[in-house]
Structure formats: C-alpha cells, structure tokens
Write a protein that binds this ligand. Sequence first.
Ligand code: PHE
Length: 338
Amino acid sequence: MNEIREKILNELKEKVNEVKNIQEFQVLKSKFLGKKGEISNLMKQISKVEKEKRKEFGAFVNNIKKEAEELLNEAFENLKSKIKEEEEKKNWVDITLPGARRKIGYEHILKQTIREVYEIFSNIGYKIVEGPEIETTWHNFDALNTPEWHPARDMQDTFYIKDNIILRTHTSPVQVRTMLTHEPPLAIISPGRVYRKDEPDATHSPAFNQIEGLYIDKNVTVGHLKATLEKFLTMYFGGSRKVLLRPSYFPFVEPGYEVDVDCMFCGGKGCNVCKGTGWIEILGAGLVHPNVLKNVGYDPEIWQGFAFGTGVERIAMLKHGIADMREFYRNDMRFLGL
Ligand code: PHE
C-alpha cells in the first residue's frame, strides 16, 4: 500500500516543481485531484475493498488526498509569488537614472537684446512703456512736427490701413503718447515693432524693431544726451565706447544727430565692418523739438528733453556678428538656443 502512496506523492512532488504558470498548475491539480484523477480513482476503489479493511483503506486514501492537497497548496503559493516577482522585475524602474531632459533654449536674440537695453536703462531710472503698432498718422507724423506736406513723410512710406491709420514707421509716436498722458519730468524707453515699405535685403526688412528713448526735464542739454548714449553703448557693447554726434535732420528734434559709435571690431582704426572709417552709425537722436513739446501741452520754456531711436536688429547684428538681418526671421533654431 505504501508503494502506491509513494508513487503518487513522488510523482506529484516531481511534477509540481516543473509547473511554470497557472494553467499548467490547474492541469496538474486535476490530474491528481480531479474527478477522473488518480486519487479519485483510489476513492472509487474503497467500496470494493473487503469490509474489515475498508476503514483502514479509506483513511489511507484520505491521507494521500490531504497530503496531495497540501503539496498543491504550497506549490500554488510558491507559483504566485514567483509570478509576482517576475512581474516586478519586468516593471522595474531605476529611479536613480537621470531623467530625459527637455531642451529649454533661451529667448530669441531680439528679445534678449531688448531686455539687455532695458536693464541698462532701468538702472538709471528709465521706465519701459509700449505703444500700439497700428497708429494714427497724427501720432506717427503730425504731432512729431511732420505735417502732411513734409518730405520726411515720403522717406518713411508705410502700409496704410485707412486714410489716417497706418502701421507705425518708428517708435517715436510713443514719445507723443507718453507725454500726452504723463506729467514731466520723465524718462522712458519703448521697444517695439515698426513697419516700412522696404524690400527685404541684408540690412532692410518691412518689419523690424526699434527702441525709443525719451528724457524730459528742466535744463536738458546735448551734453546729457551724449553722456547717456556713451554710457548705454559702453554697457551694451563693452569696453569703453566713444560717441560721435553728426548733425542730421529729423523733424521732431532740434538739433538732430546721427550718432556713431567707435568701431568695436577695430577700436576705431578702420576695418571692413566700419568700412575703414573707424565709426559705425547706430542711432538717431536729438533734443525734442519745441513744436513737439507744444503739441503735447508741455511748455518749451520750462521743459526740455532729448530723444533717441535705435534699431534692435542693428545693434544685435553688431554684437553677435550676424551678417544678414533676414536671419532673425528665418526660424533658425540656433537663435533660440536649440
Ligand atoms: N524715429 C527716428 C527713425 O526712425 C529715430 C529718432 C528717434 C531720431 C528719436 C531722433 C530722435 O529714424
């Protein structure tokens, strides 16, 4: 009898170790404990055994069944934890690995340039203001001492939206808007986009950016203008910059100047960037014309001021060695640091 028991249980022990998944386990279980399983077959024989030995045989079979059940239960628990372990191994994440970094890049060079200029001027008390890109001809021209018949209007031909509504040709109308809404003294810079009917080439674009500056106070002279521009250009380009004021004409300033800075590439000796002159033209500037002050309701006998305007692309090209203005608008990812 013991042989039977050994045979069944040994076979079960052996097979139970080979089980790899739940399905295999179920097959094995029913092979031993199922209705047609080996142990059930033994059970069926109980009734055939002689009466005296029947009880003993019954207990014998029941023990085998119990042992088989225990073996199978234990195997089932092992199998479950093995499966769980494998699952965990498969889903294991190394939390010490550095994450996949997203490229963040930096501000477009034009934005950076505007910010650098603003930082320089905010250190000496200037506030930043903005004006609309769609402007009235009055703010853009008339109030700036440029009446309809004035030839300077043709020099800044632009895009008309209506008879007296245009895309602004410069940031100077922000001077007018600021003075109309604020009492003097004041010190502002105003960056923004401007429009001209220009063919795009290496140094022209129908839309580009300017930064306007306006300072209004009592007893303002060209000396203040020159010192301010020298400080600005030195801080923006580095080194120690010299400024040259060349008399020029803008209807809204008197006197008016085109402002050159000594060439930062050759230090003023003359090179191909400054075309051998040692100077680079960089700004328009001057003292605010008395007519402009009158147009905004300021008394020119009490208040004076200076104004200047520069091209953002122009100063960014010089600082970063960009030869063609169109590069700024071509979506070259390098401009975003990507
Ligand atoms: N608005 C002038 C231009 O666009 C520049 C300028 C600004 C000149 C302020 C003088 C004073 O060319």
